[in-house]
Design a protein around this ligand. Structure first.
Ligand code: GRF
Length: 212
């Protein structure tokens, strides 16, 4: 095997249910992703994502803000773990947390987030969880979707790798829209992008993302 198609080391950051994390594991099981989840880090000790990890024998860590003197101290521990696992890509799968600059700078173009809307719309401070879908409906949008992007120093502002859309239905509630985006878009799009990354098929050139 050449260095080019070496299996990639993935670390997944979570805060909640971890359905995106589960979708990535299933895609790995089907042989679609040339990578392995080496560890899971949660900002929340109650996150069901931790149970999913432990059931699979994946090392699971809790790095909760309240257990550290500052957000930077917590992020120093996350950085230590990313280094310990020789992380190629760190996947933010429903991770709720502000990321320190030094952590972003330590892993340029290697921190990947999924956001449940069509960025740059409905991103930034306050746009997380159900609030995103409430805002989409309140604005009368006719379509929504999900975006996979690199994490940069802003909130939901990093270069977009891929986006996929769905129609907003007249009967939609924030909950139905959230669930449909999770089931029909996020759980497919995130693993697809991770597969492309692990195959070295995503290239950033002149500030643009190219899929080879
Ligand atoms: C997803 O909608 C994701 O886009 C957002 O948070 C939610 C996490 O869901 N960032 P889960 O924990 O993967 O089930």
């Amino acid at each position: 095997m050449t260095a080019r198609n070496r299996k990639k080391n993935l670390v997944v950051l979570v805060s909640g249910g971890g359905s995106n994390f589960a979708a990535i594991l299933e895609s790995i099981d089907r042989g679609e992703i040339n990578g392995e989840v080496k560890a899971v880090i949660s900002s929340n000790a109650q996150a069901y994502a931790l149970t999913r990890a432990r059931e699979r024998g994946i090392p699971a860590y809790v790095c909760a803000r309240k257990d550290y003197e500052s957000g930077e101290a917590r992020d120093r521990e996350i950085l230590r773990l990313l280094r310990e696992y020789n992380t190629d890509y760190c996947l933010f799968a429903g991770y709720l947390g502000i990321v320190s600059s030094f952590l972003i700078d330590a892993y340029p173009y290697r921190l990947i987030n999924i956001h449940p809307a069509l960025l740059p719309k409905f991103g930034g401070k306050g746009f997380f969880g159900i609030h995103v879908h409430e805002a989409v409906l309140a604005a009368g949008e006719r379509e929504s979707g999900a975006t996979v992007h690199y994490v940069d120093h802003g909130t939901d502002t990093g270069l977009i790798i891929a986006q996929r859309k769905t129609e907003v239905l007249p009967s939609d509630t924030p909950q139905s829209l959230q669930q449909r985006i999770l089931d029909t878009i996020e759980h497919k799009l995130f693993p697809e992008v991770v597969a492309l990354l692990c195959d070295d098929r995503v290239v950033v050139s002149d500030g643009k993302v190219l899929i080879k």
